[in-house]
Design a protein around this ligand. Sequence first.
Ligand code: HEM
Length: 436
Amino acid sequence: MPLARAAVRWSVGHALPRTMLRRSAKQGDLHGRMFVATQSGDRAALEPVMDELRAHAPFYRGKFASVTVDHAAVRALLSNPDAGARFLPADRESSLARLLSWAMEDAPLGPLTPPSLLVTEPPDHTRYRKLVSRVFSARAVEKLRGRTQQIATELLDQIDPRSPVDLVATYCSLLPVTMIAEILGVPERDREKVLRLGAAAAPSLDLGLSWTKFRHVESALREFDQWLGHHLDGLRRQPGDDLLSQLLAAQEDGVSLTDVELRSTAGLVLAAGFETTVNLLGNGIALLASSPEQRRLLAEREDLWPNAVEEVLRVDPPVLLTGRMTRADTEVAGVPMRRGSVMVALLAGANRDPQVFPEPDTFDITRQNAREHLSFSAGRHFCLGAALARMEGEVGLRTLFERYPEPRVHNGAVRRSTRILRGYERLPVTLSPLTL
Ligand code: HEM
């Protein structure tokens, strides 16, 4: 029976949409073509499709979804109370709805399964978010700057700058995972495992996985949840000075989360804490390494670093898109949407909207309004970790470029194959200048 349930989850969530979108792509549907273009993780493949979508702003009405790359429409959609983050068959009594709810009975907890914050709406969403948001406020995060700096320096100390090194493995992934693990009280001996499981579970945000990949992802999610359960048991016995111990204490006071809510929230915060920031660092290194002018500016004016991070987020966002489904008839950016409409917000497209960002394809760290990008989403699901990511991005990039001002990226750079999470899988770099 578990296999039959998994087969239904895969068919409805991956096989069917993949077949339908590929078919619609062949018929010229831009949503379908966008799906096909995200297959390689390569930005260049997507850009012409985004340009075509822009000609249909604010919404391109595809066969299966309305898609927007328009900055104002993306913001309006993400802030609309009638557009929910959960995708459910419009008719809850239909046989498809009943089949799905049967199949979901033994689905592993994941970022897109309730009660994950990402797919929960008020009032539950407000309750979960309130419990964790204090720890990630801008003020709380500022206190972590010194520690982040120390970790970044230690990581660089361990790298031999004379030979090529993969900076994703040695720096970009380790800085955020160490930080979020310390915030959550994950012991050092478990970090390797958490990183491995996080990477294996990352495609869980994607649509259209193969059966083998889907099974692999679900088994990583189960192993992650099991590990989290043990970890929480340990903290129950021996609480520390970390976020999870605080959540457990709140749970014991009876104010807050059930066991499953706790595991889901903790799991999301942990995974989101490193699976995205790794991309910000990698994308930033690649962009800056190929922009000597921008590097020179940063060397002269260190006050530009925060804005440089915003510009990296704008030009090469770590999260490509998000989706919503209307729970009632509504209007988005002046366009009427019927209940049950599926909508796709291309964050990467909104970030290149020429009405908001003049010369949108130019990487310019002095851009006045770079911070208006939508890479952290908007509205009630606005990224909880934005302040942490910004701080880690700034410390991580600055520490690297101050020590090694002219890194050279080698040919073997490889983008990740995930569709939603965008960044580098491998970034081979030589750090120190050539000595002749
Ligand atoms: C550069 C790094 C990051 C990027 C680009 C990013 C991006 C995003 C985006 C786009 C969303 C909203 C998705 C939607 O609206 O459907 C989101 C939500 C979230 N992010 Fe981040 N994120 C980053 C780093 C982090 C970090 C470091 C944490 C750790 C605390 C984190 C925790 C979360 C959580 C818990 C949510 C769910 C919020 C909610 O649904 O209310 N993120 N992130």
